[in-house]
Design a protein around this ligand. Structure first.
Ligand code: ADP
Ligand code: MG
Length: 655
């Protein structure tokens, strides 16, 4: 079967989108393996155009190009890519080596797209380079080589995939005579192995070297001259698996590309990192401040608690009578009031609270001490606030540490636990006559009011019912001055407060102020993160611009990769990997810097204020890296597809 057959090939270029200029006119020619064909013609006669069509780089023509009986026109794009990769080896006048890859890597790059192992590829590339006489130059960069050496590398690259056809467009055009001859010898030795060599030249001397000269003039074949017999040794065909550029290989290429412009890429990554960094820090600070405030609220009060008081218009008048305001400004609650409050929706339970101020004395061991506040116990006082002993049960009393100390001395105050004390309360009876409520309660525990707790002075706590019992002996009633309503859950607190206000009572504003502060802090941290997010956008645009520049810079390289069989997909993958890598890099930089900043700031904050306000959690770190990578990947979409869409021929011509 004929290796390559061209039938009625016509091609014209549109000039300025209007005039059709014919470049190839009814070209009919066949080629066999082992031939060394020179296509000879003046500059502009259409030789390169013919080569590009044969090489599957240009599909805009009329007529047929058939490879082993199969028409190129009928092949799908991926089949054409595979054809270029497996059957064709390109050699260009200007070598078209990838400047930032070593000689060895330049040869191996075509093999990246095969399923040979890395080891096999390296071995084969080294073999070819040795055969071609470049054994000692394998690790040099192309610009360290002479022209002849560069063209040898290009030939080695063309050979690396063991092609059946080598297309060489003016392979000796940039070389001196002696070097040209060496290259032609080399091509001849390749033809000897059964490869079809088609070279393009405008030099009769070069053309004379081969086995056949096809003269082209103005797009037509003028003469087809056979100088020698073709080499008939059958070419060994290797079984080829149409594999494509692997992800690992495209990543390697991307990393390689990035190291080329390390400075620029580091700058871009750092720019991107600043955006991510500020977002992470703002979120971390926000959550740190929020949880600090929550801690503060929860340690000083129960978040479910709504404390209700009843004030009246008479409050002010009573205030003028002299006694401390906090006792008399509040009206006592009636049974009906209490019912109203406990019937408010979502109130789980209520507690009656009262404080008896400045009316009590405690006697212990003959010592008589004034008790400034006798408080009833509430749920807000918990066991972890107790220094010694337990919370008071019926007929028990809990003393604050400072009161216990005044009663028993600094060393022995804890030994009061379990001992009975006598407590006297001066009250007025129904007839407004002074009476004394006398009790004897056992000390249940010592309350550490230094740290927490609502009362300031020397105080004691009893349960509400214990107090009621003591009063009832003298037919006196205890009036609750505060009702603690407990919400079923935290979200109900606001509605309970509203209902309380509606019923004509007041509730302490502290909890709601705290609540509002937390909301503000959250809002502030989101607003700040939003502002920081703008710099994310900027870094995304930056990456887009840089990748676009990179596409332009590497247009030629993309053409080379396409010429040796890379699919559009592979090109997209390389740029895609590059943008993902950039994003990953900036994410990692951001997280690392954020981590250092949080360590330093937290250290300073905890030394001066005793709190660590920046909560950099693994979730935020992951968030930073993922978002950064995503942004760059998105920014990379346009440049990547731009690169993939580049026309391989035009890219090669690009200077
Ligand atoms: P050769 O390689 O023989 O010097 P080419 O095949 O490169 O010739 O070009 C043949 C003719 O086609 C020339 O006149 C050239 O100007 C024209 N030509 C080549 N490429 C293009 C193109 N992309 N657009 C328009 N005209 C082109
Ligand atoms: Mg040309």
């Amino acid at each position: 079967m004929t290796l390559l057959e061209i039938k009625h090939l016509n091609k014209s270029y549109m000039l300025a989108g209007k005039e059709k200029v014919p470049v190839l006119r009814d070209v009919n020619v066949t080629f066999e393996s082992g031939e060394f064909v020179s296509i000879l013609g003046e500059s502009g006669s259409g030789k390169s155009t013919l080569m590009n069509i044969i090489g599957g780089m240009d599909s805009d023509y009329e007529g047929d190009v058939m490879i082993q009986g199969k028409t190129l026109r009928e092949m799908k794009e991926i089949e054409i890519d595979a054809y270029r990769k497996d059957k064709i080896g390109f050699i260009f006048q200007s070598f078209n080596l990838i400047p930032h890859l070593s000689v060895l890597e330049n040869v191996m790059i075509a093999m990246q797209m095969t399923d040979h192992s890395e080891k096999e590829r390296t071995q084969r590339a080294k073999e070819i380079l040795t055969e071609i006489g470049l054994k000692d130059h394998m690790h040099k960069r192309p610009n360290q080589l002479s022209g002849g050496q560069k063209q040898r590398v290009a030939i080695a690259r063309a050979l690396s995939n063991d092609p059946e056809i080598i297309l060489a467009d003016e392979p000796t055009g940039s070389l001196d005579q002696e070097t040209s001859e060496q290259i032609l010898e080399l091509l001849d030795s390749i033809a000897k192995k059964g490869v079809l060599i088609i070279t393009v030249t405008h030099s009769q001397r070069v053309a004379d070297f081969g086995s056949r000269i096809v003269s082209v003039e103005d797009g037509c074949i003028k003469e087809d001259l056979f100088l020698k017999e073709r080499y008939t040794s059958a070419k060994e065909t290797t079984q080829k698996n149409g594999k494509n550029l692997s992800f690992a290989a495209s990543f390697k290429l991307a990393i390689n590309n990035m190291t080329l412009n390390t400075k620029r890429n580091m700058l871009v990554a750092t720019g991107g990192a600043i955006g991510i960094l500020s977002v992470i820090l703002m979120l971390s600070l926000g959550s740190g401040v929020t949880s600090y405030i929550n801690d503060q609220i929860n340690s000083s009060m129960n978040p479910l608690l709504v404390d209700v008081v009843k004030t009246s218009d008479k409050g002010e008048m009573k205030h003028q009578e002299g006694p401390p305001m906090d006792e008399f400004a509040n009206e006592p609650f009636t049974e009906q009031d209490i019912n109203t409050i406990s019937n408010i929706a979502n109130v789980d339970s209520i507690e009656k609270v009262t404080t008896i101020s400045g009316k009590s004395n405690v006697v212990f061991n003959g010592k008589n001490k004034e008790l400034s506040d006798l408080e009833t116990l509430t749920d807000s006082i918990t066991a972890d606030q107790i220094e010694a002993g337990t919370l008071p049960n019926e007929n028990q009393v809990m003393l604050t540490a400072s009161f216990a100390k005044s009663l028993s001395g600094d060393e022995t105050y804890k030994s009061l636990v379990g001992k009975p004390v006598n407590l006297y309360i001066n009250e007025m009876d129904g007839q407004n006559q002074p009476v004394t409520v006398e009790t004897q309660w056992v000390v249940s525990g010592i309350y550490d009011q230094e740290d927490k707790g609502p009362i300031r002075g020397a105080g004691a706590y009893v349960s509400y019912s214990t107090l009621e019992n003591a009063y009832s002996k003298l037919n006196l009633v205890v009036h609750p001055k505060q009702i603690n309503a407990y919400a079923e859950n935290q979200d109900d607190v606001v509605s309970i407060k509203e209902a309380v206000a509606k019923a004509g009572f007041q509730s302490s504003p502290i909890a709601s102020i705290m609540e509002r502060i937390t909301t503000y802090v959250k809002m502030a941290s989101w607003v700040l993160s939003g502002i920081a997010g703008i710099s994310l956008l900027v870094s995304g645009i930056m990456i887009l611009v840089v990748l676009n520049i990179s596409v332009v810079e590497r247009t030629r390289e993309i053409g080379i990769l396409r010429a040796i069989g890379a699919r559009k997909k592979d090109i997209r993958r390389i740029f895609f990997s590059e943008s993902a890598l950039l994003g990953l890099l900036s994410g990692v930089i951001a997280v690392a810097v954020a981590w250092v900043i949080s360590l330093v700031l937290n250290n300073i904050l905890s030394n001066t204020f005793g709190v660590e306000l920046i909560q950099l959690t693994p979730v935020y770190m992951l968030f930073g890296i993922v978002v950064s990578t995503l942004i760059s990947v998105v920014a990379g979409v346009l440049p990547s597809s731009k690169a993939a869409k580049l026309d391989p021929m035009e890219s090669l011509r690009y200077e």
